[in-house]
Design a protein around this ligand. Structure first.
Ligand SMILES: [Zn+2]
Ligand SMILES: [Zn+2]
Length: 643
């Protein structure tokens, strides 16, 4: 009798299979449909081909076009297809890296001397790729010796592949061939090029070999591909819409935030309307947190360098951070705080703690500073100074599950209210085959991992599980939302930490009268107010939920003789907590409507002779049009229904 192997699925289920079964066989055992669609698999945290035989117990996630890893297998395979097309069109072309990215693929190439590839060439290249894809060539994997690989690329004259080979060990080298093209690659790939039905090359530009400016500049050609032509059409429409919703563009138009070269790149300044929006988000979350037993605290923006030596941040990130601030004293150095946790750990030590005080939940909308590379900065989504909706929960190991449930509950609730109804959580666990990578006892890890999985189940959170993605100091949960354009964004995180309590020697006295070490949970549901707002702007296209909108109404007098009446109405609405403005500029009513429409003001209240006489307003809804005349009381009631 053959000994069966245990295969652990992302939901924690374990099934038995014959040794030598492949991910494809396993998919087939689940359903024929899955087997048809599976393109690759993650085995023990490693992305592999779907037909590689499994000989030992393993964790397994199957990938299809519908998940990110599956898409990336598809896109990376398209990079090979593009290389095949380029080689046919430009004999002698050399190839560097050709990976997938989050949103497609690229290949860094060196065209033959004297040849320049430009966007004008894209239609020809795309046509060639489609022609090759129609041949439905299989991606054929072959293990080769290092000597064979070197011989192949020496013969071909591709010094980039030869350089990549230098760092590879004999016995680990694989070639993949589809049609006429062979590449050095560790895979995985889709089974056949036939699945690639639609291709769009997006960009061509320079890229230094291996990202190093002292190396030769290669040509990077990037694109995206799909299994159905219709999906490409939809994607292009989405990009068009995304351009209109770009938060940097809308942020300026709606006067939410700004940047100034003089203040510094990556340091956003929130204008009055943006600040109102931000404060509303903060207050909303604060109330939720206070109800859930959090206590707000405030800590300074800087801390002594020693604080970060203790926390380990200095060793890990010090070189790439804002450098220490000097003082008149030679032996004194401060850091801009990159995280709030070290401050909160010190706060935990304010007094001796008893198990009766736990969980202790310290919350702070804490502003932190991280030195991002200039090229990485992007509007509000990648900045150098930002405010986290941070909190640290200090608890006993058996309280972790309850705390997770409470945290996930808040997050789900908050995101739903704000208008994200498609929320997924990624559970990042240990790599079960590399226990040496992690600190903390197995028992604690088991408890924490189980707690996260159970918590998500208990409150019906959609999840995906990633083995090997945990931090060395604890498992975590990351929240992802899908926006109105179907794009996925990673938001905040909940993270279990056994490391900082150790480094800061945190203790509590247990019911046994003995000192114990608490577990720390870091959590920031939005991640940061900046990043969250950038996603919110693009998700809503600037049409924020009514309760968040900086101005909920604009009153538009048709002529200046109605200005006083309009200000009276505005005051009346204010007493009902309805906020807005009177647009008493000396402009035509047509112009006023257009401007307020563009400013995404939810309600426009137009006032002329007729409205003044009737003691009412003519109501117009942004993006919808006229709703007729209402008395002010009627409008208030109508407004409250929409909240
Ligand atoms: Zn490849
Ligand atoms: Zn933290």
């Amino acid at each position: 009798m053959t000994l069966m192997i245990n295969i652990t699925f992302p939901d924690g289920n374990v099934r038995q299979y014959e040794p030598g079964s492949s991910a494809l066989d396993i998919a087939r055992s689940i359903s024929e449909g899955l087997a048809r669609n599976v393109v690759s698999a993650t085995v023990n945290g490693q992305l592999t081909d779907r037909d590689l035989p499994l000989s030992k117990n393993a964790t397994l996630a199957l990938h299809t076009w519908n998940d990110q890893a599956g898409k990336e297998t598809f896109w990376h395979s398209t990079a090979h297809l593009m290389a095949e097309a380029l080689e046919a069109m430009y004999p002698g072309i050399k190839f560097g890296y050709g990976p997938s990215s989050e949103k497609g693929f690229f290949y860094d190439v060196e065209p033959p001397a004297g040849t320049v590839i430009s966007t004008d060439d894209f239609p020809k290249i795309e046509a060639k790729m489609i022609e090759l894809a129609r041949r439905k060539n299989d991606f054929v994997r072959k293990e080769v010796t290092k000597a064979e690989a070197i011989a192949y690329f020496t013969e071909k004259g591709d010094e980039y592949k030869l350089e990549l080979l230098e760092s590879l060990e004999d016995g680990t080298i694989t070639f993949y061939t589809q049609g006429e093209f062979t590449d050095l690659c560790r895979g995985p790939h889709i089974p056949s090029t036939g699945a690639i039905k639609a291709i769009k090359l997006m960009k061509v530009g320079g890229a230094f070999w291996r990202g190093d400016e002292s190396n030769k500049q290669l040509t990077r050609i990037s694109g995206i591909s799909f299994p159905k032509a219709k999906e490409l059409t939809q994607h292009l429409e989405m990009l068009e819409e995304a351009k209109k919703r770009d938060h940097r563009k809308l942020g300026k138009e709606l006067e939410l935030f700004m940047f100034s070269d003089k203040v510094g790149a990556g340091l956003p300044m929130w204008l009055p309307k943006g600040t109102q929006l931000r404060e509303r988000l903060v207050n909303f979350l604060k109330v939720k947190q206070e109800n859930a037993g959090y206590q707000q605290v405030t800590t300074p923006h800087i801390g002594k360098k020693e604080l970060y030596v203790t926390s380990g941040h200095w060793d890990k990130y010090g070189e790439d951070s804002f450098q220490p601030i000097k003082t008149p004293r030679a032996d004194e150095e401060f850091m801009l705080k990159p995280m709030n946790c070290p401050h909160h750990c010190e706060m935990y030590k304010f007094c001796p703690r008893s198990y009766k005080e736990l969980p202790l939940r310290l919350a702070e909308f804490g502003t932190v500073y991280r030195y991002e590379q200039t090229g990485e900065l992007h509007g509000l989504s990648r900045v150098r100074g930002f405010t986290q909706d941070d909190a640290h929960i200090f608890c006993m190991p058996d309280q972790v599950k309850g705390e997770f449930i409470a945290v996930v509950d808040i997050v789900k609730d908050v995101l739903n209210v704000i208008g994200f109804d498609d929320v997924t959580a990624q559970i990042s666990l240990r790599d079960p085959n590399k226990p040496e990578k992690y600190i903390g006892s197995d028992e604690n890890w088991d408890t924490a991992e189980r707690a996260i999985i159970d918590a998500c189940k208990e409150i019906d959170m959609k999840t995906v599980t990633a083995y090997g993605e945990a931090a060395f100091y604890g498992p975590k949960l990351d929240f992802m939302v899908r926006d109105a354009l179907g794009r996925s964004w990673q938001l905040g995180t909940v993270q279990v930490d056994y490391n900082l309590p150790e480094r800061f020697e945190l203790e509590y006295i247990g019911s046994d009268n003995q000192p114990h070490r608490p577990v720390m949970i870091h959590r920031a549901p939005f991640g940061s107010l900046e990043r969250f707002t950038s996603i919110l702007i693009e998700h809503t296209g600037g049409k924020f939920p009514l309760w968040l909108a900086p101005d909920q109404f604009a009153i538009l007098p048709i002529s200046e003789k109605f200005n006083d009446y309009c200000h009276e109405v505005s005051k009346q609405l204010a007493t009902h907590d309805i906020r807005g403005l009177v647009d008493d500029r000396n402009e035509t009513i047509g112009r006023k409507i257009r401007d307020n429409e563009n400013n995404r003001i939810p309600f426009m209240l137009i006032v002329g002779e007729k409205e003044v006489d009737a003691g009412g307003v003519a109501v117009r809804i942004q993006g919808e049009g006229d709703k007729g005349t209402m008395s002010v009381e009627e409008f208030i009631a109508f407004f409250k229904e929409q909240l």
